[in-house]
Design a protein around this ligand. Sequence first.
Ligand SMILES: C[S@@+](CC[C@H](N)C(=O)[O-])C[C@H]1O[C@@H](n2cnc3c(N)ncnc32)[C@H](O)[C@@H]1O
Length: 259
Amino acid sequence: MAQPKQRWDPERYARTARFVADHGAPVLDLLAPAPGERILDLGCGDGVLSEKLAASGAIVVAVDASAEQIESARARGLDARVVGGEKLDFETEFDAVFSNAALHWMKDAKAVIDGVWRALKPGGRFVGEMGGAGNVALVRRALHRALESRGLDPQSRDPWFFPDETEYRGLLEARGFTVNSIALFERPTPIPGPMEDWLDTFAETFVLALPENERDSAKAEVSKGLQAELCDEAGHWTIDYVRLRFSALKPTDTSGRWA
Ligand SMILES: C[S@@+](CC[C@H](N)C(=O)[O-])C[C@H]1O[C@@H](n2cnc3c(N)ncnc32)[C@H](O)[C@@H]1O
C-alpha cells in the first residue's frame, strides 16, 4: 500500500524551517558561483538560496518535487520547475549543480547522481550538503520506537537516506566524478519552536502513519522522550544534526567513463 507522502507547505516551512537555508551559506561559499554561470539548484524548496545564487549573477534554474514549494520559488521571480531529483532531464547545460538539505530525501541516490552528471557540462561541479550518517539519530530512534510500540513498521515510513563519506564518495566516483572534498560533521542545530513543529515539518511520513486521533499524543510522547537530551531548561530545542558536505567535479575529459 502506498504510504502517505511528506508535504512541503511553504508557509509552515518559512515559519519553522528557515534555519535550513540559513545554514546553507557555507555551501554557497564552497560553490563560489560566478556571474553568468548556469546553475541548477536541486531540491530548491521555496527558493531562498536559489535567490541568493541569482543575486551573485548566476543564471539559475531551481527544481523541486513539491509543486507548493515551486509556486513559492516562482513568486520570487525564479525560473523554478517541478521536477523530481531522480528524474532530471537536463543534458550538458549547467556549469554547476547545487543542493542544500535535499539529497537525503531522495532515496534513489544513483538515479539522482546520474541525472546530475548528465545535466553538467564537462568541467562542471556538483556541490552540496545533506544529512549524513547519524543525522537526527536520537529523533529517528524515538520515531521508530513510537511506531513500533503501536504495531507499525517504521522502516517503510522512514523517508531518509543518510550516507557516510565513504558511501557517498563511492557513488560519486562510480559515476565518474572526481571528489575534491567530502566531510561528515556534527552540527547540533537550534530550532525556533517546539519539537512538535519539527516533527510536523520534517517527520510527517511517520506522523501520518498513525490514526488521526493518536498523532498528537504520539508527538507529545516523542517530544517528552527527547527532552532530557535535546531541550535545555529554558525550553530551547537543539536537534542532533550531522551533515555531509561535498564538492565534486565532472572531469573535462570523460572519454573512457560510461556516458
Ligand atoms: C529541507 S528542504 C530544503 C530546501 C532548500 N534547499 C533549502 O535549503 O531551504 C528539502 C526539499 O527537498 C525537496 N525534495 C524532497 N524530495 C525530493 C525529490 N525526490 N526530488 C526533488 N526535490 C525533493 C522537498 O520538496 C523540499 O523542498
